[in-house]
Design a protein around this ligand. Structure first.
Ligand code: ANZ
Ligand code: ZN
Length: 831
């Protein structure tokens, strides 16, 4: 008792003079680590590398607590891997081009470059406060000429290898302002211009595309990737592969109308055709009588987005063109309509409509009184009558009313129909993808200029590599138009043709920023390298990326583009391997304290700077790991961070309190218990960091701190087991809470730096719970003896007893009436 009192006293004195003071400790260590370049990652063929990548932030200005949630657990894992002996590279940079900078320029009269680089400065400061193992010497900024030089270079390689082309493609256009609009500038359900409220129309512009569709099939192969199922599924749906047939119908004039159908077996049930309003044959097919109605319909339809047009619950609208087409398998004349539910951007922009078996066609036919003719009789359906059907029957089944193929069973119909089409020369098996070629032109200033020149004599000519980078001019005039301001620069676009030397004009569009982010992981390899996009030596050592963390919102665009980019340049001979990023994991989202998505307008944004100033980086890091499942996130809860702070304080006290303790009382059983806890904690923390389960990492560490407190109170401080456990606790805390771990490590007089220490090993034998013998009785008679963990709880003991073979034999298949557990001794099953 008196001993405990005395400890109480020393502790409260320590409390006053030497409290845990994160704001003093943290900047001090951050400065030291940086001065020592502790986390600099260098090629070392002797060591196993680990390229750990986290998605680079966009230079919007302030980092969000969400960035911390994404990055600091990743940092903990990077630290863990370092301690496990890997040569870890954990780089950071900035996605710095894009529309927000341009909008800020217009709204606040500040140059996009100035806005962006100011933001970068602030973000660098914020990133430093995380205390992460960033290798700042590898920082890359996509808006730097020395970066986009190589973005342009990649573009030229794509061009030289026929992976890029120019094509007319629609953009949103405001007829009042006479400009193109960015997607964000089209607002409201009515799709009006943000500035003047005029309904937006589509207008065709000559734009650049990458042939990502060449890689559609390969992009569906995830077999070498350790990626979340959800991301693979999103990519699979985005690519949208369908098997079917391409079938050629003809107009009465003999013009071919090709359709893609997934159901060639329903061909005999096609009673009309539908073209997308934008289909090139619409004009020619439209009869004078229908001209006005068709024209009116098109004007309305093309204003909508594909998503609006495809909505299943939408009322079907359309107009008859007055024209007819011939069904190639039966020489029958069927009417051709236009309707917005047929998209120009999918398949061929034309369909054969089979209302008996396709629901959208069914609704369309009912609305406009068109014939519904069954061609398939699914098993179990007696008969079908188009007049009385109330919905389409999409199932496969026996072909009926299908000429020579009538009677073909459902499991053969698809192949038989395709064979028949091929035989007749009017169609064949076909695969269609939802994926489109990647439109990369942007009519904006703040992006990498597309390195192309347009010469009236030579056509489109690439800028020679030795003339890169094509640098953005700084003196730019801000016009609130959707067109690239580069177009209006007095001189910038004037150049000479690299081929004929005559006067020529530069391309004034810039590249989609997803182009910049498709290869940033390569720029980190050697951000200052000027003989190529990366130094081959670095590539050979570091690539591919071993682990990639970031948000789920990038599942489709960025993560598909970067895979395409890698594969394309593999084929060009620049990259190796088939995939750029082997493992990928996504964090969830931190919401505001009100459970809503954080946003400035709601006023529920949690500012990481404020939290760090209040509680320290370690507390914020540990709270973000402890308070949430990393893959799920949840609302910020200021109460729960207190629990983490109490833990850090308790750890601080117990470590410093016992630092000078000598001897300690020998208590083999208690020491063994502490040792067991220590080994169990190492085991769990290692497993959980490995598996991105950070919440249980912190709870396990909290338990070890508690165990140490209890052991101290039991007089164990100073024993070898106690010292070892303290040391181990600090090593295990080094990844999640690097500053306090380093500070306490130093105060114990251990060698700098804790972050260069090897990760502690655990001994599975020592981690094992002590075993006891549990007696298993059936109706009061001893039937078995089983070995179980000493600390086994009632529920597990019960389950273990019921699982005993001997017990089961004596239960003779009867349900137990009652199971009595005498903890630590026996279980009696009453049947
Ligand atoms: C006739 C048919 C009969 C169809 C039937 C389906 C069922 P997925 O699976 O998404 O690839 N289609 C083709 N091109 C279209 C376009 N541009 N806009 C809207 N719809 C289009 O869908 C392929 C099916 O969607 C195609 O097969 C076609 O309708 C329609 F019992 O052809 B089907
Ligand atoms: Zn020329």
């Amino acid at each position: 008792m008196s001993g405990a009192n005395k400890r109480q006293k020393t502790r409260s004195i320590a409390n006053e003079i030497d409290r845990y003071h994160a704001v003093e400790i943290e900047p001090r260590w951050q400065a030291r680590w940086e001065a020592d370049q502790l986390y600099k990652a260098e090629v070392d063929p002797e060591r196993k590398k680990f390229y750990f990548l986290t998605m680079l932030p966009y230079t919007s200005g302030d980092m969000h607590i969400g960035h911390w949630f994404a990055m600091t657990p990743s940092d903990a894992r990077a630290r863990y891997l370092r301690m496990c002996g890997y040569n870890v590279m954990f780089p950071i940079g900035f996605d710095a081009f894009g529309l927000p900078a341009e909008n800020a320029a217009i709204a606040r009269d500040i140059h996009p470059k100035e806005w962006t680089y100011k933001n970068i400065e602030n973000m660098r400061r914020q990133l430093r406060t995380m205390g992460a193992v960033w290798d700042w010497s590898r920082e890359a900024i996509s808006a730097d000429p020395k970066y986009y030089h190589w973005t342009q270079w990649f573009f030229l390689k794509m061009f030289a290898n026929d992976l890029t082309y120019k094509k007319m493609s629609p953009v949103d256009w405001c007829p009042q302002c006479n400009t193109t609009l960015a997607r964000e500038q089209v607002v409201g359900e009515k799709r009006v211009c943000e500035r003047c409220g005029t309904p937006v129309i589509k207008k065709d512009l000559d734009q650049w595309f990458f042939r990502i569709t060449n890689y559609a099939e390969e992009l569906l192969d995830f077999s070498t990737l350790d990626w979340p199922e959800a991301v693979k599924l999103l990519q699979t749906n985005w690519i949208g592969r369908s098997e079917g047939a391409s079938v050629v119908f003809k107009t009465e004039d003999g013009d071919p109308i090709e359709v893609f159908t997934t159901r060639p077996d329903t061909l005999w049930g096609a009673t009309f055709m539908v073209l997308a309003p934008e289909h090139p044959l619409v004009d020619k097919l439209t009869t004078p009588a229908q001209h006005e109605a068709v024209h009116e319909y098109i004007t309305e339809a093309v204003r909508q987005t594909d998503i609006e047009r495809e909505a299943l619950d939408k009322e079907k609208t359309g107009v008859f063109t007055g024209g007819f087409a011939i069904n190639p398998v039966k020489d029958e004349r069927i009417p051709v309509w236009i309707a917005d539910y047929v998209l120009m951007t999918y398949g061929t922009g034309a369909i054969m409509a089979v209302p008996a078996h396709d629901q959208r066609d069914f609704e369309f036919a009912r609305t406009f009184n068109l014939e519904i003719r069954p061609a398939i009789l699914p098993d179990g359906v007696e008969s079908l009558d188009g007049e009385t059907m109330t919905e389409a029957i999409p199932a496969y089944g026996t072909m009926i009313n299908s000429g020579p193929l009538t009677g073909t069973p459902g499991d053969e119909s698809f192949n038989r129909a395709n064979a028949y089409l091929e035989e007749k020369g009017t169609g064949k098996f076909a695969i269609n993808y939802r994926l489109h070629d990647w439109l990369i032109s942007r009519q904006r200033y703040w992006g990498a200029p597309i390195p192309m020149v347009i010469c009236t004599k030579c056509g489109i000519v690439p800028v020679p590599e030795d003339q890169l980078p094509v640098v953005l001019p700084d003196d730019i005039e801000w016009r609130p138009t959707g067109e690239s301001p580069l177009k209006f620069h007095p001189t910038w676009k004037n150049t000479t043709c690299p081929e004929c030397g005559g006067p020529a004009e530069r391309e004034t569009d810039t590249m989609d920023t997803f182009m910049c982010s498709s290869w940033y992981h390569l720029r980190y390899l050697s951000p200052d390298y000027d003989k190529g996009p990366f130094d081959q030596k670095e590539y050979d050592y570091w690539m591919p990326v071993d682990s990639y963390t970031g948000g789920m919102e990038h599942a489709t665009m960025h993560l598909i583009y970067t895979r395409f980019f890698h594969k394309a340049f593999r084929d060009i001979g620049i990259m190796e391997g088939h995939e750029p990023m082997l493992q990928q994991r996504n964090q969830g989202q931190i919401l505001g304290p009100d459970g809503q998505r954080m946003s400035k307008s709601r006023g529920n944004v949690v500012d990481p700077d404020e939290q760090v100033q209040k509680y320290g980086a370690d507390a914020v890091r540990a709270y973000l790991m402890f308070g949430y499942r990393w893959s799920e996130g949840g609302p910020w809860n200021p109460d729960n961070i207190q629990g983490v702070i109490r833990w850090l304080n308790r750890t601080w006290m117990v470590v410093l309190d016992t630092a000078d303790a000598k001897g300690g009382k020998s208590d083999p059983e208690a020491e063994r218990a502490l040792q067991r806890k220590m080994h169990q904690t190492i085991k769990q923390v290692s497993h959980d960091i490995e598996n991105f389960e950070f919440n249980t990492v912190i709870s396990a560490l909290m338990e070890l701190t508690n165990e140490l407190s209890a052991s101290r109170d039991a007089g164990l401080a100073g024993t070898p087991a106690f010292k070892k456990a303290v040391e181990t606790l600090l090593l295990l805390m080094a990844p999640p809470t690097p500053h306090i771990a380093e500070e306490l490590w130093a105060r114990l007089g251990k060698p700098y730096s804790i972050h260069n220490q090897p990760w502690p090993d655990y001994d599975p034998e020592l981690a094992k719970e002590e075993q006891i013998t549990l007696i298993v009785q059936v109706n009061g008679k001893v039937r078995d003896r089983i070995m179980v963990d000493a600390g086994i709880n009632e529920e597990d003991a019960r389950a273990a007893a019921l699982a005993s073979e001997a017990a089961q034999r004596f239960m003779e298949g009867k349900e137990p009436k009652e199971v009595i557990v005498v903890p630590g001794r026996l279980v009696n099953i009453v049947v």
